[in-house]
Design a protein around this ligand. Structure first.
Ligand code: THU
Length: 132
């Protein structure tokens, strides 16, 4: 699966974003070792703190189907009304993803289906906390 294809899946997942409070819609797609892809969107809650980010939605879906190693992650996010720009994952999501990614795992932040910024998780989260 190419980066463009993974970004496209994240963009499609963004269509399901439940973001009535922030009106900031995010989609994410996680590529697993055997080529399986799990997608997710942000799911907000009236209690605000109960909100789940798109990346964690996608990661939890993957892990709950037995996939605990991620090859790449794509994120597409931005205001419901307005232009898209590269949306970096929040700090909690960086830590959450580091459980299932390596330092070199590419993180694609999509602007459109074909235009994306590429980082690695290690660059986004240096000195990640791990118990081992
Ligand atoms: N959000 C994500 O889904 N992923 C991130 O990494 C950043 C923030 C969501 C959470 C909330 O629903 C909205 O964007 C505004 O913070």
């Amino acid at each position: 699966m190419t980066a463009e294809e993974l970004v496209k899946k994240a963009r499609a997942a963004r269509e399901f974003a439940y973001a009535p409070y922030s009106k900031f819609q995010v989609g994410a797609a996680v590529l697993c070792e055997d080529g399986s892809v799990f997608t997710g969107c942000n799911v907000e809650n009236a209690s605000y703190g109960g909100t789940v980010c798109a990346e964690r939605t996608a990661a939890v879906k993957a892990v709950s189907f037995g996939y605990t190693r991620f090859e790449a992650v794509a994120i597409v996010g931005g205001p419901a009304a307005g232009e898209l720009a590269a949306c970096p994952p929040c700090g909690i999501c960086r830590q959450f993803l580091s459980e299932f990614c390596g330092e070199d795992t590419p993180i694609y932040m999509g602007v459109s289906d074909t235009d994306y910024e590429e980082q690695t998780l290690g660059r986004l989260l240096p000195l990640a906390f791990h118990l081992d």
